[in-house]
Design a protein around this ligand. Sequence first.
Ligand code: 5AD
Ligand code: SF4
Length: 453
Amino acid sequence: MIEDKKIFEKYNDFFKGKKYNITTFGCQMNEHDSERISFLLEKLGYTKTDDRSKADFILFNTCLVRENAELKLYGQIGSLKKIKQEHPDKIISVSGCMMQTTDARKIIEEKYKNVDIVFGTKNINKLPKLILEYLETGKRVFDVSTEYELNDFVEYNNKNNFQAYVNIMRGCDNFCSYCIVPYARGREESRRPSDIIEECNSLVERGFKEITLLGQNVNSYGNKSKFNASFPELLDKIANINGLERLRFISSHPKDLTKDLIDVMKKNNNICKSFHLPLQSGSDKVLNEMNRHYTSEKYLELVKMLRNSMPDISITTDIIVGYPTETEEDFLQTLEICKKVEFDSAFTFEYSPRPGTRASKLKSLEKEIVQDRFERLLNVLYPIFNKKNKEYLGKTVQVLLEEKSKNDSEMLSGRTDTNKLVHVKAPISKIGEIVNVKIKKHTSFTLEGDMVD
Ligand code: 5AD
Ligand code: SF4
């Protein structure tokens, strides 16, 4: 391990003018980890480039939740083999959830010899040392140690200067039968409330308008810790920070969603009225086998409680189709509950067996059955999304303008507090501002409108 200050000094000028490129797979937690990594790289002297072919340090921050993200990664690193041969001085690095498993590390070690540095989710802080170790020894570095404490103060970059992620916990103890996260990210640990609040205060002082609190299961925040704090209490305190305009959080588990949390959301205007509540399946039998600890009836009650308290709240979800024991009857129950809830939007996934999980030992359903159910699910969901978006026509909503619209250079896009994506004609100078927009068009996935006073 590189400890010597002299070695850091030796490389003082080495990184100047050098560029880095990060490809992030997976969830917001990974996006935030990439923000930490980019901060560390910039501290060394690297600058960012969006063009991977121009980068001197190429990093892939990986995801393990479904198999296709894994396959994509191998495809992308494989395609860099020639570049590494032609430019041996380029550094290729892989981090993230995949690297937490011995199997994936072994594949990288044996089949992708063009990868120079591998690190994990719990030693991100160590990256500068690992880079220097690689430069000093010329040998590949594989280090997934766990010495970084959750409460260590880590600075990071933000995607812009008005929206920020704040980690409140890491890991997961739920062991849903299909999910690899508890194996990859480890046991649940919560950060100290005072550290989180200090970080949020500092962001607001620096002019950030929107904070998104991150955790695999934010509703169980503090459950296992020595400090006396629950998620609703923490959320309430952060919402009370003077000047914070928008507060969001992800993700919630239905089994831990309480009335207290709903009350805190209702009470605070700056807590965004959108709720991501992963359903996974509408069949009680499948939910039980998934180890989810709720029934479809309990889920519907939670939706009712949310909508009774906050009638305009948007509710989104995650659904897995084709769990190994899912019958046609079980699947029809998923369609049924989707129709009852009327989700604003949903992430839908075909079940993907993950090595080491309980469900991976079950025989998978035939591909055609799963694909057919997936299509039928979308055929039910899309008209519902459309109907929910149509309700916005003629209404004036507040939109935080985030960036130039991807499809139309004259337009900006942003989000309502209900997390709806809105396209609006506005000058670039308005990026970062919350403006009033009168909605005049909609699709199943987006809204469009004009700025009004
Ligand atoms: N197969 C398919 N989808 C999965 N998810 C998690 N594990 C799997 C898997 N093995 C989905 C769940 C979860 C979301 C983040 O990813 O719906 O809520
Ligand atoms: Fe995976 Fe379940 Fe934990 Fe979510 S709650 S990360 S689905 S184990």
